[in-house]
Design a protein around this ligand. Sequence first.
Ligand code: LRH
Ligand code: MN
Ligand code: MN
Length: 388
Amino acid sequence: MTDLSAVKAALRRQTIELPSWAFGNSGTRFKVFGQPGVPRTPHEKIADAAQVHRYTGIAPSVALHIPWDTVDDYAELAAYAREQGVRIGTINANVFQDDDFKLGSVANPDPGIRAKALDHLMACVDVMDATGSADLKLWFADGTNYPGQDDIRDRQDRLAEALEAVRDRLGPGQRMLLEYKLFEPAFYTTDVPDWGTAYAHCLKLGEAAQVVVDTGHHAPGTNIEFIVAFLLREHKLGGFDFNSRFYADDDLMTGAADPFQLFRIMYEVVRGGGLDPAEGIAFMLDQCHNIEPKIPGQIRSVLNAQEATAKALLVDAEALAAAQREGDVLGANAVLMDAYDTDVRPMLAELRAEQGLDPEPMAAFKRSGYQEAIAAERIGGQQAGWGA
Ligand code: LRH
Ligand code: MN
Ligand code: MN
């Protein structure tokens, strides 16, 4: 039997980080759709993120993306976040939206462009120093479109050199999280295409470097929970960029396309001790709400992640281990499915009530009138970044 009070205690400790870019206008490369009331400034993105925390109670930090969230004074922005009841979390570097980076950033064949990319990464660490952020998230759009376009091995050397320089710049308590992605925007080769490549670089870089798993960055059918189990076992899992995909990097709400996959991932997190804050796993969302309203979209996503976590915590570990020891295939599978099939919503509503929150965050936000207020106040909302 699973101890319900232990499940609730673990859920009370869980936190999920929101991406600032989820609150801006977004779309595909075909069309960016505008929505009323979207933020015009990083401050307004933080104010919106604070609403998600206010109703869910488990989203106390906001990730920034630089230069999308450029401000003159990052310490002031961090103070503003604190006033809003949240804090600034991961700093995401952006070396993919400049004409100079057409042939890559840190793996570019041109040393001048590599230096420019590295300067930006260093500037991101400066931002971390000002905001008190612990994590730098690195995703590189680097790769090639055509066989022969560039030397695959040389690009790895250039990448490794830049990563080492960033590692040497990090202060105490700071980490670099290396994100991989199978393809896009490069189509033939990608310089960090998979967890194995990211892991190999992080292993060489040492303790300050860990892998981040963006759930939308794999080939269809990839067993992501295996990757999670493996990396966690090696203490090389730095965090997640949660989102859902049907086809490629769709950035839809986490738990929307495949809640069972999210449960399986969270089960491996629980199994590997990854909910223990000491393990340092950053649970982040990396999503865009192109057609649905953004603040409710984030609330829904946080709740989906929380529900998957609750179900994972409900797995009867002793019964599962016993069935596995006995080779009871169907019994073991049934233990896992029993947890997945549990409706955890009443327990989560109860937990929220115990914490002084409204048991129904979606409805509470709707009733608050915040959405109408920002739609009236904010004219000319900022694009999240795409096509900017
Ligand atoms: C790349 C990615 C990465 C970026 C974000 C906007 O596809 O997942 O994390 O920083 O999207
Ligand atoms: Mn991502
Ligand atoms: Mn992505």
